[in-house]
Design a protein around this ligand. Sequence first.
Ligand SMILES: NC(=O)c1ccc[n+]([C@@H]2O[C@H](COP(=O)([O-])OP(=O)(O)OC[C@H]3O[C@@H](n4cnc5c(N)ncnc54)[C@H](OP(=O)(O)O)[C@@H]3O)[C@@H](O)[C@H]2O)c1
Length: 347
Amino acid sequence: MKYRILGKTGLKVSEIGMGTWQLADDPNCWVGADLKESLRSLHKFVELGGNFIDTAWVYGYSSQYPSRHPSEELIGKYLKESGKRNKIVIATKVVPKNWKWPAWNGIPISEVFPPKHIEKCVNDSLRSLGIETIDLMQFHVWQDYFADDDNWKNTVKKIIKSGKVRFWGLSINDFQPSNCVKTIKTGLISTVQCIFNIFHQKPKIRLFPIAKQFNIGIITRVPLDEGGLTGKFNSATRFSSGDFRQKYFTPARLVELKKRTDNLEKLLNGEAKNLTELALRFNLSFEEVTTVIPGMRKIGYVETNTAVSDSRILSRDLLSVLKNHAWERNFYPMPDPSLAVSNYIEQ
Ligand SMILES: NC(=O)c1ccc[n+]([C@@H]2O[C@H](COP(=O)([O-])OP(=O)(O)OC[C@H]3O[C@@H](n4cnc5c(N)ncnc54)[C@H](OP(=O)(O)O)[C@@H]3O)[C@@H](O)[C@H]2O)c1
């Protein structure tokens, strides 16, 4: 495993980080996790040199058990039984108080991240993880005009002073990679987490240069397009109810996906032996990317994915061909056409 420095936090983190959204089952988004396998995957990840784990207050949340935070609790269990807390960088997220993903344009921050709510989430996450300090706390959605509000800034400073959180970051809205530039300039944010993969390459345009200028660590999520970029789905693939990919990969989108992954497969050569490797290597080929965090609920995924961190990056020629394979889509439905402008995909 190779390591990179997470922007101005100075923390040394593994190039492959651990995404944990699906590790503890999530009745609203992911089903089918085997908790024992998930726990073993965490052990394997660290054994193989991984040290960056991304989770969230909301991962695994169920309205039946509103005070439970299953993904954080599983990680807490791992930390306790391994005794490796000091070797791991833990990143988690403050849930938006209004439960809206993404944060819609025009919404006041007082409805999304009021100070008391931020403080409550920090305390909940500390408890679920069973730790005294969170290394990186991220806002789970964002709108850049939130930068004008002083309440969150004062709250963040207060929490850092209390020792409960070391650094703060943004996990920005899907497909809106520069909806954070003004906030980066406040100096309070050390990292940005964004979608970045062969299909969604927009972060390269504005976000990466500004992140480099301000020494912001970039955490890239959804590197495998929710599994689409592994090549394992085709037009006959069907997802269980409770798996959000039932909506993400509509039948028409699966047909298009298959065409696109077939075309990508034709590009495989000595630089990557399969699509999963190509997709992860694509991320690591950009120096602005600090760590890429595939969701890995199986030991096999951990072994395959961590093996990609070996310093080999894709050639300029291949990267320039891959530019033509971008496929911009918006997953979120538009419930009201007049709101479409609020929920844009960045052009
Ligand atoms: N708004 C946010 O802040 C936000 C949103 C999304 C994700 N995230 C974070 O980013 C992480 C990564 O995103 P993601 O998990 O949604 O998407 P992803 O990493 O693109 O895809 C994850 C899925 O890919 C499949 N997979 C992983 N490795 C594989 C391998 N080697 N071979 C075959 N299939 C493999 C698994 O599917 P199956 O197990 O179903 O086969 C897994 O559930 C999350 O876990 C979470 O930590 C954050």
